[in-house]
Design a binder for this molecule. Structure first.
Ligand code: SF4
Length: 120
């Protein structure tokens, strides 16, 4: 991608030069106030690139750990939020909702784990 990387300490950008999306920033990052229908179309095109990309997992991991915005590693903001890696400042309601669901699920799992440990 043609972006600067604010890298998480556990990631490296060595993979970025092997991505198939060079020069296609407009496909992976939507404009402000993008219409939902247009976003769906744009992200479908981005996903097609990602699915043929040799560094998809490195890209996805980097975006998750750095809480990125945009389409990375075949995931959009909402999908990263659902996986527990919401962007720092979610820009859409659906992303906030996915983030909150992931947090609730995490808390429920922690609670269940603590109950199991307490029960011995
Ligand atoms: S996985 Fe997608 S966003 Fe990441 S480098 Fe490859 S084409 Fe670009």
């Amino acid at each position: 991608m043609d972006t600067d990387y604010a890298l998480h300490p556990e990631t490296s950008s060595d993979w970025a030069d092997r991505g198939v999306c060079k020069g296609l920033t407009h496909v992976f990052f939507g404009p402000a106030a993008e219409r939902p229908e247009r976003r769906v179309e744009r992200e479908a095109i981005a996903a097609a690139y990602c699915q043929s990309c040799p560094v998809m997992m490195e890209c996805r991991t980097t975006a998750r750990l750095n809480r990125e915005h945009g389409f990375w590693g075949c995931e959009n903001d909402e999908q990263r939020a659902a996986a527990g890696y919401a962007p720092r400042s979610p820009s859409r309601r659906a992303v906030v909702q996915a983030r909150d669901r992931a947090r609730r699920r995490h808390m429920e799992m922690e609670s269940a784990r603590e109950s199991i440990v307490a029960a011995g």
